[in-house]
Unconditional design. Sequence first.
Length: 480
Amino acid sequence: MHPIHAERADHAERADIDVLIVGAGPTGLALGVDLARRGVDALVVERAEALFPGSRGKGIQPRTMEVFDDLGVLDAIRAAGGSYPVGMIWQDGRRVGEHQMFDPAEVTEDSPYTEPWMVPQWRTQEILFARLTELGGRAAFGREAVGITQDADGVTVAFAVGDSVRARYVVAADGGRSAVRRCLGIGMTGEPVDPHPMLVADVRLTGLDRDHWHVFPPRDDTDGFMAICPLAGTEDFQIAARFPEGTAVDLSLDGIRKLVAARSHLDADAVTEVRWASDFRPRAALADRFREGRVFLAGDAAHVHSPAGGQGLNTSVQDAYNLGWKLGAVLRDGADPALLATYEEERRPIAADMLGLSTAVHRGEVRRGEATRQLGLGYRESSLTEETRTAPGALRAGDRAPDGELDGVRLFDAFRGPHWTLVAVGVEAPELPETERVVRGRAQESYGSGLFLVRPDGYVGWAGGQETGLIGYLGRFGLR
């Protein structure tokens, strides 16, 4: 691994591109897709020679399903995956009972996706990469960043191989061990969630049905938990196992065969292939800040979760979704660059809350349910949020804008795309710039009455009983 360094430049150079995204995981690819559809010249670079091959982040929460709907990949995501199976508890080779992995939720008009959808991470990345390419976006592999220099006008990133790249902004989406974060000197504050080492592996095996998430509880104090889950849309299973402290985890085919034979009723040779394997110690950590000059941290580079509860990938994709429209507003619409300060303002508190939730789920203190779906997250306290009504209803500025139908128009269909949308319920609505949309109607249960200006990322930015102040609010984002 090459040492990476950062320094300040004395003289500015012209930028080659608008945005350089370091890391081609779900975060970097989602941001690349969002910027590509906005006409922002961006490049995704990845130190590896190919996309990540494992299933680690396999749960896509309902809020992220809504994001993927907007980014144009939902149909592919749904086709590639499936719903989570019911847990099956095994003891001494016998099925002893079922276990519901998630609290049930009812499908409603304002929330069309209510349960997590299982797609192995490698497949999610393939889908996002295909969408990036479809939109004319670019990615380069085998590009390891080894140096960063920034000045008042841009950032220059040097690579172990190939020419350096200069961009107006850089986004570090290079994972929990982010080299970019370290070179910037940004610390991470956190704690171990569990001192016991964990294994996660994608395997082919025989002897278990694909209709259940098979759970093998510990048999004694020296044994550990193991679960084997069929990976939707594939022929693979994911093994997750916990080991006693101090254990050296064996990731080889022989080691995983011994694990399965020791903790289940299956023979060792039931495991026919190991396709990917990794070991880790669950921890929770939050970057001390999400920005240094023109460089932003997103995804695991900014926050590291226990995989329990399926919050890491989802929080990461939503980082990208929040940052993407703001970069687009500054780079394409002429918005004040001060807008970019709201990325950390909005996303860091959310990440802190989701870290706490992941840890609580891991420790069995909270069930997977309403909170893990992430539909209730919002930005009521953000400096971008303006609630001008003296007596707002249940839906307020800063909240997620619900789905629904307004005079024959499905709202999520109206929101889809990189624009702002004004929802007018029972009040007169002004005309907006041609690039924005207005949906008018007389009644909508989830919205009550009023004017609701929906941001490009699907949250209500401004709400009022009349249009006073609306156009001025839009002007903050380069829109007139």
